[in-house]
Design a binder for this molecule. Structure first.
Ligand SMILES: [Fe+2]
Length: 212
C-alpha cells in the first residue's frame, strides 16, 4: 500500500467523506480501515502533540470532531501495564497502532440482553497489534485492551460518535455484572478541538484544530 506522505489532515478529510458517503456500518468500516492503516503505517504522519501522555491514566486527546458529532478521532497513549475494563462503545470503532504495541482481547455476549445489569460474555480471540495494524469493532463489539510492553503505546482511534462524552458498558466476567457509564473523557477540552472539516492544504504547516 502506498502510504508515503499521508498525514492526519488527509485522514480527517477522508474519514469525513467516507462517513458522509456511506450509510451502512459495514461499508463505513470497510472504507475507513485502509485509510487509518495508511495513516498509522506512515512515518511522522501524526503530530507528537496528539500523543501527549497523562500520568494518571490512558490519555485520550481529541483530534477532530465535527459539529454534528458524527464521529470523533482521538490520539491515545497507553502506559506500560495499563489495561481497560472489558467494554463496548455503543458505536463502531477503529483503533490503529501508531507506535508500540497493544494486546486486544475480543468478547461476545451469550445472553439475550434482557437484564440491563447483567451480561454473560465469553472470550472470542486475543492478539497483539503492532505498528500499522488496525482493529475494527462493529456496534456490538466488546473488547479489552492493554499494553503489555515496556514502553508507551501511541494509537489513533476513530469512533462513530462523541466518544469522550458517551456512555458505554463495562463488563465483569466473574460476576456477570454490566454497568453503563462514561468511562473515558478527553484530555483536552472538547470545544477547543471541535471543528468541521474544511478544504485545506494536504500538508498543513500547523495543525490548527488541535489546541490545549
Ligand atoms: Fe475500546
Amino acid at each position: 500500500m502506498q502510504s508515503e506522505g499521508y498525514v492526519l489532515q488527509e485522514l480527517i478529510q477522508d474519514v469525513d467523506g467516507i462517513i458522509r458517503g456511506y450509510s451502512s456500518e459495514s461499508e463505513t468500516l470497510l472504507h475507513l480501515k485502509p485509510v487509518l492503516e495508511k495513516l498509522v503505517s506512515s512515518p511522522a504522519s501524526v503530530p507528537a502533540k496528539a500523543f501527549t501522555p497523562r500520568k494518571d491514566r490512558f490519555a485520550m486527546n481529541l483530534l477532530q470532531m465535527p459539529e454534528d458529532e458524527a464521529y470523533s478521532i482521538i490520539g491515545g497513549v497507553w502506559h506500560p501495564g495499563q489495561t481497560t475494563p472489558i467494554h463496548d462503545h455503543l458505536t463502531w470503532a477503529l483503533i490503529g497502532v501508531y507506535e508500540g504495541e497493544e494486546r486486544e482481547a475480543l468478547f461476545r455476549r451469550t445472553d439475550d440482553g434482557s437484564n440491563p445489569r447483567l451480561a454473560k460474555i465469553e472470550p472470542v480471540s486475543e492478539r497483539v497489534h503492532k505498528k500499522g495494524q488496525v482493529t475494527v469493532l462493529g456496534h456490538k463489539g466488546i473488547h479489552r485492551v492493554d499494553n503489555i510492553s515496556l514502553r508507551p503505546t501511541f494509537s489513533v482511534h476513530v469512533y462513530g460518535r462523541d466518544i469522550g462524552n458517551a456512555k458505554r458498558h463495562s463488563y465483569d466476567p466473574v460476576t456477570d455484572a454490566s454497568s453503563l457509564g462514561t468511562a473515558m473523557s478527553y484530555a483536552t477540552k472538547k470545544d477547543s478541538s471541535r471543528s468541521t472539516v474544511r478544504p485545506s492544504p494536504a500538508k498543513p504547516a500547523a495543525w490548527a484544530s488541535f489546541r490545549d
